[in-house]
Ligand binder design. Structure first.
Ligand code: PLP
Length: 350
């Protein structure tokens, strides 16, 4: 399978490998349900529902996820949004001012911002004109200091999934960690790469409750990876990075997976309708197929159409400054009424 021997110890920053993590009161004594007197964390003992520190390992949420995804709690790390997970990956593996990462524009903007925040060089290798990774160019851009490769699939803002063969080639030949951002996987007909975790020791998958699960406001990001990689990230995460209210709401929502499935089905139906309608607007030059809950469309003049939409009370996302996205607008699939309004307004624009 993998052509090179992958060794996690050689990727971790030396200071992270050496550090002894902070041990919180709740780390040292974990048994929450026991009938004990808790005077170990300087909390106010009066009940407010949230007077206690939250579980630093979010076990209840992880147990549901592990069961639903057929994986193990040891392969899961949760963060304050997947943005925190991505930041932890930089901080664990990329030595500032010396290591580098590879990103594939046009893609999610946070990879680049996090590289800048962490003072890590970002090597950009454009996607091909059909928005697929160029494997040869990516491997050519990598050197012994390249720690992370970010693959966003389905990709934001283009909406397409990456070819499984190309992703597999990268997993086999790239010597650092391959981070597959699956923020939109629940809208896609494809399987998550999670099923392949045991095949690829350098595979890291991120998911989120922000999109399909309708919980952007609680901030819950998920990372799946080998036990070794998760252990490294656990060492450096803030002890109470996922708050109590978030853990409670996430747990409840995960148990409503039937309801979530119905909503996803509706959004996908609406997407198909929006796709057909967009193709019929005369100044829309191209509508790109989407495995996500948004559609990228090329118009005659993105700036002009964006402003016109705003004046009609509709906020789309103008992606025209992104490479390969000249004059492109990104439309999130809304409710049936919202989509109807969008179509009506788009048709009436002069
Ligand atoms: C929206 C989005 C996320 C979500 O980030 P959270 O911090 O979990 O809300 C992650 N990756 C991509 C590509 C996204 O579009």
């Amino acid at each position: 399978m993998k052509t090179m021997i992958f060794q996690i110890d050689q990727l971790v920053r030396p200071n992270v490998a050496a550090l002894k993590p902070y041990s919180s009161a709740r780390d040292e004594f974990e048994d929450f349900d026991a009938d004990m007197v808790f005077i170990d964390a300087n909390e106010n003992p009066n009940e407010t529902d949230v007077n206690r520190y939250p579980d630093p390992q979010q076990r209840k949420v992880k147990e549901v996820l592990a069961k639903q995804q057929d994986t193990d709690v040891k392969n899961i790390l949760l963060g304050n949004g997947s943005d925190e997970v991505l930041d932890l990956l930089y901080r664990a593996f990329c030595e500032p001012a010396s290591d580098n990462v590879i990103t594939l524009p046009p893609t999610y903007g946070m990879y680049k911002v996090l590289a800048a925040i962490n003072n890590v060089e970002n090597r950009e290798v454009l996607l091909s004109p059909d928005f697929q990774p160029r494997v040869k160019d990516i491997l050519g851009a990598a050197d012994e200091r390249t720690k992370l490769l970010f693959l966003c699939s389905p990709n934001n803002p283009t909406g397409n999934s990456f070819s499984e063969d190309l992703v597999a080639e990268l997993l086999e030949q790239f010597a650092g960690l391959v981070v597959i951002d699956e923020a939109y996987i629940d809208f896609s007909g494809r399987e998550s790469w999670l099923k392949r975790l045991s095949d690829y020791p350098n595979l890291v998958i991120t998911q989120t409750l922000s999109k399909a699960y309708g919980m952007a406001g609680i901030r819950l990001g998920i990372c799946y990876a080998s036990e070794e990689i998760i252990a490294v990230l656990n060492k450096i995460k803030p002890p109470y990075n996922v708050n109590e209210l978030t853990q409670q709401r996430a747990w409840k929502r995960l148990l409503e997976s039937g309801k979530v499935g119905v909503e996803i089905g509706e959004i996908k139906e609406q997407k198909t309708r929006l796709y057909t309608e967009l193709q019929q607007v005369d100044y829309v030059a191209e509508v790109y197929p989407s495995d996500a809950n948004f559609i990228l469309a090329r118009v005659d003049d993105a700036g002009k159409r964006y402003d016109q939409l705003i004046s009609q009370g509709i906020v789309a996302r103008n992606r025209t400054t992104q490479p390969l996205c000249e004059n492109c607008l990104r439309f999130t699939v809304g409710t049936a009424e919202e989509n109807e309004k969008l179509i009506r307004v788009l048709r009436e624009l002069k």
